[in-house]
Design a protein around this ligand. Structure first.
Ligand code: ASP
Ligand code: MG
Length: 415
C-alpha cells in the first residue's frame, strides 16, 4: 500500500495510517509513504533560499521544518520520544549541514536537490515505523535506496529494472512475512554508486508500483482523501461521479492527460503483472474505492480531464514543402534532443502541430534548433481537454462553451 503526504500530515493522520496498517496485518505488507504534508515543497524552498544566499530566511525556513516534525514526534510519542527523536534529529542535522553547504558555495546542482528533498520521506517513514513499534506492531523500516536503483538523471531518475528487481527479489522478499509491515520511502532511489536520486515530483505512487511489480504483490492500494477516482475534477466540474472500475488502458490515458489522482508512471509496472490497483479513502476505509484492473466499468462512464498550461506549436517548412516523413523525422529528432514533452500531435499538408507542456527553456531551445528550416508559431496559455468515452453531446457542449481554442487539435479516445 501507499500513503501520500496528506495521509501523514499530522499526529492524528499518522495514528489513522497506523490503524489502517494494523487492520491489514494478516497479510504480508509493504508500505510506501510520502513526505508529511507539504514537506517536499518546504525542503525545495529551503534549498532555493540557500542558493540565493538568503541567510536569514534560510534559518526561518529550516526552523519551520524542524518545528513541524518535532511537534508531530512530541504529539505521537510523548515521554517515549527519546529514540525516535534522536533519529529525527540526526536527519535534521544532515539537512542543516547540506543547506549550509549550498549557502556557502551558492551552488545547487540537481544532485544536491535530490539529496535534500529525500529527507522528507526518510523522516516520515521513520516516524511511522517507530510509531507502529510503539503500538506493538511488527514494523521494519527499510531504506528504498538500498533496492531501488536508478540512472544518474537527478530529479527525474530512470529506474534500472534489472538491478531493482533482483534486489527486491533477493533482499526484500525474504524480509516480508504475514503480520509484519515493511515501511519504506516513496519517491527516492539511488545510483549504482549510492548517490540519492528522485523519481520526479509526486513519484511515490510510482515507487509503490515498482515494489508491487517486483514483489509479485496480490494488489496495490493507494490511500487518498477522496472516495476513489472521479470522472472529473470536482473543483472545476459539477456533478462528478466516482468510478467503480477502470481498465488499465483507461487509467493510463486519464493520468497521462492530467488526472492527478495517481502518477501516470504507476500503471505500467502493475499492468505488466496484472496486479489490481485500488484507490481507497483513508478517511473511510469501508468505502469500496476504485479498482483499476483488466475490467472496465459495466456502464461506460465519461471522464473529463483538463491539462493546464499547455503550449501549441505549429511548424511549417519555410519553402512550402510538404510535411513529409523525412521532415517529420528531422523535427522529432529535435523534439527528442531538446526534451520536449509532446501531449498531442497532428499533421497537415505543410504543417506539424504539437501540444506540449509549458517548459520555456526547453521550448526556446527546440525553437532555436528549427528556425533555419522552419517557421515556428507558438501559442501559450492553453488547456488540453480530454474526454474519455465521450458522448456526442459532450462535444457540442464544449464547442458551444467556446472551450475549443484549437479546433484542429482534439483528441478523441473511443472505447
Ligand atoms: N514527496 C514527494 C512530492 O511531494 C513525492 C510524493 O509525494 O509522491 O513530490
Ligand atoms: Mg506529495
Amino acid at each position: 500500500m501507499k500513503f501520500g503526504g496528506a495521509s501523514v500530515k499530522d499526529a492524528a493522520a499518522i495514528r489513522n495510517v497506523a490503524a489502517i496498517i494494523t487492520e491489514h496485518q494478516e497479510q504480508a505488507l509493504l508500505v510506501v509513504i510520502s513526505a508529511m504534508d507539504k514537506t517536499t515543497n518546504h525542503l525545495e524552498n529551503l534549498a532555493y533560499l540557500a542558493r540565493d544566499g538568503k541567510e536569514a530566511e534560510v534559518k526561518e525556513q529550516f526552523a519551520k521544518i524542524k518545528r513541524f516534525h518535532l511537534k508531530i514526534v512530541a504529539d505521537l510519542f510523548g515521554d517515549k520520544q527519546a529514540e525516535v527523536k534522536s533519529k529525527v534529529d540526526a536527519f535534521l542535522d544532515k539537512i542543516e549541514r547540506i543547506v549550509s553547504g549550498i549557502l556557502m558555495l551558492e551552488e545547487f546542482p540537481p544532485r544536491t536537490y535530490d539529496r535534500i528533498v529525500s529527507f522528507g520521506e526518510l523522516l516520515s517513514t521513520t516516524v511511522v515505523a517507530e510509531y507502529l513499534k510503539l503500538a506493538d506492531q511488527e514494523a521494519v523500516w527499510i531504506d528504498a535506496r538500498d533496492y531501488l536503483k536508478t540512472d544518474a538523471n537527478y530529479r527525474q531518475a530512470g529506474v534500472i529494472w534489472s538491478l531493482t528487481e533482483a534486489n527486491i527479489r533477493t533482499q526484500v522478499m525474504s524480509l516480508s512475512r504475514r503480520g509484519r509491515a515493511l515501511i519504506t520511502q516513496g519517491f527516492i532511489g539511488s545510483t549504482t554508486d549510492g548517490k540519492t536520486t528522485t523519481l520526479g515530483r509526486e513519484g511515490s505512487d510510482y515507487t509503490a508500483s515498482i515494489f508491487a511489480h517486483c514483489l509479485n504483490a496480490s494488489s496495490l492500494v493507494v490511500w487518498k482523501d477522496v472516495p476513489g477516482i472521479l470522472n472529473g475534477d470536482p473543483r472545476i466540474r459539477e456533478n462528478t461521479i466516482k468510478i467503480d472500475n477502470l481498465s488499465y488502458e483507461e487509467a493510463v490515458e486519464m493520468t497521462f492527460y492530467g488526472a492527478s489522482v495517481i502518477h501516470p508512471k504507476t500503471i505500467k509496472p502493475i499492468f505488466n503483472k496484472r496486479i489490481p490497483l485500488r484507490v481507497k479513502c483513508f478517511l473511510d476505509t469501508s468505502l469500496p474505492g476504485t479498482v483499476i484492473s483488466e475490467q472496465t466499468n459495466p456502464e461506460l462512464v465519461t471522464s473529463y480531464i483538463v491539462k493546464k498550461n499547455q503550449v501549441f506549436i505549429r511548424i511549417k517548412p519555410r519553402d512550402f514543402s510538404f510535411m513529409e516523413e523525412h521532415l517529420m523525422q528531422e523535427v522529432f529528432y529535435h523534439v527528442n534532443k531538446s526534451g520536449l514533452k509532446v501531449n498531442l500531435l497532428q499533421n497537415s499538408a505543410i504543417s506539424l502541430m504539437l501540444c506540449v507542456d509549458n517548459r520555456p527553456a526547453v521550448i526556446n531551445a527546440f525553437e532555436a534548433l528549427l528556425l533555419d528550416q522552419f517557421l515556428v508559431e507558438i501559442r501559450e496559455g492553453l488547456k488540453l481537454n480530454t474526454i474519455i468515452n465521450f458522448e456526442k453531446s459532450d462535444l457540442a457542449n464544449i464547442e458551444e462553451a467556446k472551450m475549443v481554442q484549437l479546433q484542429e487539435n482534439k483528441l478523441y479516445i473511443v472505447k
